[in-house]
Design a protein around this ligand. Structure first.
Ligand SMILES: [Fe+2]
Ligand SMILES: [Fe+2]
Length: 580
C-alpha cells in the first residue's frame, strides 16, 4: 500500500528489531529506525530514502551508531547513505557524525552555518557541507525535494527543520519534542500530550516570539505529520493542535523575565504567575516521574535479588534431594543385604537338620557294619544277624538319602532365590513351586512363632517374570507379618492366594493380626514408615514392595486394614504368558 502508513503503527513496540515504514510511494520511502534508549529522553532517528539515495535525519549519539547502522542495513547498504541532516549540534543529534563519515567519507552533512562551526568539535572535518541557509532545499536524483525551514532559538540559534514534499512530513528536530515515560509511536490524546511537550518546551524553547515566528513560516506548507526527535509522532489529526500549541506557547525568556515581556498577547501579571506555578508543577511532576522510575528500578533490583535467592535455594534443595535419594538407595541395599542375611541363617539352620540326620544314620550303619564284620571274621555270623544288618543298612541308606535330598533341595532354592535377588533377569518359573521355596526359607523364623503360612496357588502355573523381585516382594511381606502382625506367642495364619487373569498375576496376602489404623495405613508405602525403629526396622520394606510392584511389574498394590481385624494386601503384577 502506498502513502502515509503512520496510522497503522499506533501500538508499535519501541524496541522494534526492524525499521518501521512510515511513508512509501514508487521511489520514495520514510522509515522510523526505532529508539535506541529507554529513558524519558528517547531519541527518534529517521531515514528518507529516494531511489538509490538516502538521508539519515538526526543520526544521534555515538552509542546509537551500531544499532542504527544495523537497522539501515535491513533497507540498504549503510555505506551508500548519501547524507546526514543535522538540525542542531547537540550530542543526542549529532555525535555519531564521525562514525558515519568513516563509513562513507563522501557523504553530505546538511546543516546550518551555526551548527557547522561546532561539528568539528566532534572530530569531523573535511566533509561535504550542504548549507541549509544558502540552499534551502535538497533535491534527490529522483526529483523529490526536501525543504529546510529555519527555526531560530527553537531551541538553538541555528536550528532548522526539514519538510519532505512527497510525504508532507515535517521532521521537526527538538520542536514538538516530548519527554515521555509512557510512550507510544503516535500521539493519541493531544491535550494529554501537551503536558509532556511542556516538560521540554517551557525550559528549552527561546520565547513565544520565536515560536510564533516559526509557525508563521509554516503557513506555506501542508503538513501531514510532525516527526520530532524525541517522543511520539503527531499525525495529521493533531497537526492543527500542534501548531496552535506552539503559537500560544509561553516559554523561555517569557517565563524568566515576565516583567520585560511585551510580545506575549494579553498576559496579565496573574497569568504569568499562573504560568510560573505551572512550570513549578511540571518540574515536580518530572521529579516524581524520576522517583517512580527509581522505585521501579529498585523493585526490579529487589525482584532480581529474590529471583537469585530462589534459584540458590532451588539448587540447595536439589542437592539435598539428591543426597536423600542416595541415602535411600543405600538403605535399600542394606535392607536387601539384611534380607539375604536372614535367608542365609534360615537356610543354614534348615540344612543342618537333614545333614545331622544323615550323619547319625550313616554312623549307626557304620557301627552295624563293624559288628557284622567282626562276627563274620570270627565265623559267628548267623543268617539272622545278616538279615538284621541288611535291614538296618537299607533303613540308614533310605534316611541318609532322603535327608541329603532335603538338604540339596534347600540349597538349590537358596541358590535360586539369592541369585534372583541380585541378578534379576526375566525367566520362566512355576509360581507355586517358586513361592513354596521362598516360604521354606522362612521355616526357621516361623518355627519361633505360632504363625502358619498357607499358600493357595494353581498347580503348574508357569509365567515368565522377574523371579528375584517376586521373591523380594514376598520376603518383605512375610517379614512384615512375622515382625508386626502378631503378638509374640499369638496363634496366627497368613493366607497367600494367587490366580492369573488377562496377563496379570493377582496375589491376595491376608493376615488376621493386629491391623492398622487409618493414618498409619495411608503412609505404609511411604519410605521410613515403621513401628519397629527401636528394633532395627528401617521402614523401607513396604516402600520397596510398592516400588517393585508399580515399577518393575507395572502393577498396582493396595491394602485394607482395620485395627484388631488384620490386614489384606492386594497385588496386581503384570507377567508374560508361558513361552512368550
Ligand atoms: Fe537539543
Ligand atoms: Fe534533542
Amino acid at each position: 500500500m502506498k502513502g502515509n502508513h503512520i496510522a497503522e503503527y499506533r501500538y508499535v513496540d519501541p524496541d522494534t528489531k526492524n525499521p518501521v515504514l512510515l511513508y512509501s510511494d514508487e521511489v520514495h520511502e520514510i522509515y522510523w529506525l526505532g529508539i535506541p534508549e529507554h529513558t524519558a529522553f528517547r531519541s527518534n532517528i529517521y531515514l528518507i530514502k529516494s531511489g538509490d539515495e538516502a538521508l539519515i535525519v538526526d543520526p544521534g549519539h555515538q552509542a546509537y551508531f551500531e544499532r542504527t547502522r544495523n537497522r539501515v542495513e535491513q533497507i540498504m547498504d549503510p555505506a551508500r547513505v548519501s547524507g546526514l541532516i543535522i538540525c542542531h549540534q547537540d550530542p543526542d543529534v549529532a555525535a555519531s557524525i564521525t562514525q558515519w563519515l568513516q563509513l562513507n567519507p563522501g557523504m553530505q552533512i546538511i546543516t546550518s552555518p551555526r551548527t557547522n562551526v561546532l561539528l568539528p568539535y566532534y572530530g569531523a572535518s573535511n566533509y561535504r557541507w550542504h548549507n541549509v541557509v544558502d540552499d534551502s532545499s535538497f533535491i534527490f536524483e529522483s526529483g523529490r525535494r526536501i525543504n529546510f525551514i529555519e527555526a531560530p532559538f527553537l531551541h538553538f540559534a541555528g536550528a532548522f527543520t526539514s519538510f519532505d514534499e512527497s510525504s508532507g512530513f515535517l521532521l521537526s528536530g527538538d520542536i514538538w519534542a516530548a519527554i515521555q515515560l509512557e510512550w507510544r509511536l503516535i500521539v493519541d490524546d493531544f491535550e494529554q500530550h501537551a503536558s509532556v511537550l511542556d516538560l521540554f518546551h517551557l525550559d528549552y524553547m527561546g520565547s513565544n516570539i520565536a515560536c510564533r515566528g516559526y509557525v508563521d513560516k509554516l503557513q506555506d506548507y501542508t503538513i501531514d505529520a510532525i516527526l520530532p526527535q524525541h517522543g511520539s509522532i503527531i499525525d495529521s489529526a493533531n497537526v492543527e493542535n500542534a501548531l496552535h500549541y506552539l503559537e500560544s506557547l509561553v516559554c523561555g525568556t517569557d517565563i524568566i523575565y515576565p516583567h520585560l515581556t511585551n510580545g506575549v498577547p494579553d498576559e496579565s501579571e496573574s497569568r504569568i504567575m499562573e504560568l510560573k506555578q505551572q512550570v513549578k508543577l511540571l518540574k515536580e511532576t518530572s521529579q516524581q516521574s524520576d522517583l517512580v522510575r527509581k522505585r521501579y528500578q529498585d523493585s526490579l533490583a529487589t525482584l532480581k535479588q529474590k529471583d537469585l535467592e530462589l534459584k540458590q535455594k532451588k539448587r540447595m534443595i536439589e542437592k539435598d534431594l539428591e543426597m536423600l535419594k542416595k541415602m535411600q538407595q543405600e538403605l535399600v541395599e542394606k535392607e536387601k543385604m539384611a534380607a539375604l542375611g536372614t535367608l542365609v541363617a534360615g537356610v543354614a539352620h534348615e540344612v543342618n537338620t537333614p545333614i545331622g540326620v544323615a550323619i547319625t544314620s550313616i554312623s549307626s550303619c557304620g557301627e552295624a557294619l563293624k559288628s557284622v564284620k567282626k562276627r563274620y571274621e570270627e565265623e559267628e555270623l548267623s543268617e539272622t544277624d545278616m538279615e538284621m544288618f541288611l535291614e538296618t543298612a537299607a533303613d540308614s541308606m533310605r534316611l541318609t538319602r532322603s535327608s541329603l535330598e532335603q538338604a540339596a533341595k534347600l540349597i538349590s532354592s537358596f541358590k535360586k532365590i539369592s541369585v534372583d535377588q541380585n541378578i534379576d533377569d526375566m525367566r520362566e518359573i512355576d509360581v507355586n513351586e517358586y513361592l513354596l521355596d521362598i516360604i521354606r526359607t522362612f521355616y526357621n523364623q516361623l518355627k519361633k512363632t505360632k504363625i502358619e503360612v498357607d499358600l493357595e496357588c494353581p498347580q503348574g502355573l508357569i509365567v515368565r517374570t522377574y523371579p528375584g523381585s517376586l521373591a523380594q516382594i514376598l520376603n518383605n511381606l512375610l517379614s512384615n507379618v512375622i515382625s508386626h502382625a502378631y503378638e509374640a506367642d499369638e496363634n496366627g495364619t497368613v493366607m497367600i492366594k494367587l490366580h492369573k487373569e488377562d496377563g496379570f498375576l493377582y496375589m491376595v496376602f491376608t493376615d488376621q493380626g493386629r491391623g492398622m489404623d487409618g493414618t498409619f495405613k495411608e503412609s505404609i508405602f511411604q519410605p521410613f514408615t515403621t513401628t519397629a525403629r527401636s528394633r532395627g526396622g528401617s521402614g523401607l520394606g513396604l516402600n520397596i514392595v510398592y516400588n517393585l510392584v508399580t515399577q518393575r511389574f507395572g502393577g498396582e498394590i493396595s491394602v485394607e486394614s482395620e485395627p484388631g481385624k488384620g490386614s489384606c494386601f492386594y497385588l496386581k503384577l503384570a507377567v508374560e504368558e508361558q513361552g512368550v
